[in-house]
Ligand binder design. Structure first.
Ligand SMILES: O=C(O)C(=O)C[C@]1(C(=O)O)C=C[C@@H](O)C=C1
Length: 372
């Protein structure tokens, strides 16, 4: 590659691309080495209680590199590239704390692990409100909360908290929660007792009646408590999602034992940051209209005029005044798209209150959404 740069000889496209590939490999390796060093610096800073951001050091880094720069890169390009690299370093230094409402190894915990691919520190909070409060106080960077279930409907507690806290929705995730039978041996012939939540027993009544005759079925308050018993006793099985088996140290005996499939939960990731457009986004808002005939219809008119697709409209009592409602609405598109922002401006004229809750990538995975 050095040879190509130094000689006046002509090279073909393949040869030149080959040389570029070699350089890219080196750049990638060096970036990863730099990020690893950044992580070490982060650990030292954590021990000392120093902040991640050090503007003076960043200035120093950029000045030194610009002084070294012989082109053809401009100093502006050098500053731009190294700002991106230093931003990535800061991201790696910040501990990514993700809060979820309990129980441990429950649906929200499993969803959080899947959304963040197990990378981060996952913190259990006793309630959904505690998740909102922790993110609001920046004790955690993200929170994962359930907002809707295909069988139970909207999780009103979560919706209410959106009007109370000023947090952004930064992602959505649909998860199909299956009921699986787990035990320490993974062997069905060992099972003499099954511990499970009352709602799990109800969902699997047919299968249990068919396949588990003579086995004691015992209700318990949490799947974690059931799992603790099962870990100690090979004759005990639990009904829980198979994806939690490794958390409990259990093995799957049988998967999908529920009588009716398709129990899908929609989760939202909340945070203090705003998401850039991804090209396929959803925008969520909450609004209140005046208590007059046709007010909702008038408020929705700008959405219709803009030709925007409304994918959800849900109402909740405001609890400030009898028979007045918060409307939670999801439309396709991003707030930075003028069609969306203009429609919301138009809606405001007909609303007593309107708040943008977030624009975030739409999770369009047919398999997950429809429980296939
Ligand atoms: O030198 C540090 O203190 C670092 O954390 C490294 C680094 C960098 O990427 O160069 C990252 C963050 C700071 O704002 C300054 C510099």
């Amino acid at each position: 590659m050095e040879y190509i740069l130094e000689t006046k000889e002509k090279f073909n496209l393949d040869q030149l691309r080959c040389a570029i590939d070699e350089i890219d490999n080196n750049i990638l390796e060096l970036i990863n080495k730099r990020l690893s060093l950044g992580k070490h610096i982060g650990d030292v800073k954590k021990e000392k209680g120093t902040k991640v951001l050090d503007r003076n050091r960043e200035k120093e880094v950029l000045q030194r590199l610009c002084a070294l720069n012989n082109g053809p890169a401009t100093d502006d390009l050098v500053r731009y590239l190294f700002n991106v690299i230093m931003t990535a370093t800061k991201e790696i230094q910040k501990a990514k704390i993700i809060a979820f409402p309990g129980p441990e190894a429950g649906d929200a915990h499993i969803a959080a692990l899947n959304i963040f691919s197990h990378s981060g520190t996952f913190v259990l909070q006793p309630t959904i409100r505690d998740v909102f409060r922790g993110v609001d106080k920046k004790e955690s960077r993200y929170g994962v909360v359930p907002v809707e279930n295909s069988i139970e409907g909207a999780i009103s507690n979560t919706l209410d908290l959106f009007s109370e806290f000023n947090l952004n929705i930064i992602a959505e995730y649909y998860d199909q929660i299956s009921c699986d039978l787990l035990s320490i041996t993974g062997n069905i012939t060992d099972v003499k007792k099954i511990y499970a939540l009352p709602q799990s027993i109800a969902r699997c009544r047919g299968w249990l009646g068919n396949k588990m005759q003579g086995v004691d079925i015992i209700e318990i308050g949490t799947s974690a408590a059931a799992a603790r018993i099962a870990v100690e006793d090979p004759s005990v099985a639990v009904i829980a999602t198979g994806r939690s088996a490794h958390i409990y140290g259990l093995q799957e005996i049988e998967s999908k034992i529920e009588d009716h499939m398709g129990n899908v939960t929609r989760f939202l990731v909340i945070g203090n940051e705003k998401m850039h457009p991804s090209g396929c986004d959803k925008t969520s808002i909450v609004f209140v209209t005046s208590h007059t005939p046709g007010a909702l219809l008038m408020a929705l008119e700008p959405v219709k005029k803009a030709g925007l697709n409304m994918v959800k409209l849900e109402s909740r009592p405001t609890r400030h005044q009898n028979w007045s409602y918060y409307f939670f609405m999801d439309i396709e598109g991003h707030i930075l798209d003028s069609r969306v922002s203009d429609a919301l401006e138009g809606m405001k004229k007909h609303c007593l209150f309107l708040k943008h809750l977030g624009s975030y990538p739409a999770f369009y995975n047919e398999k997950n959404v429809h429980g296939g």
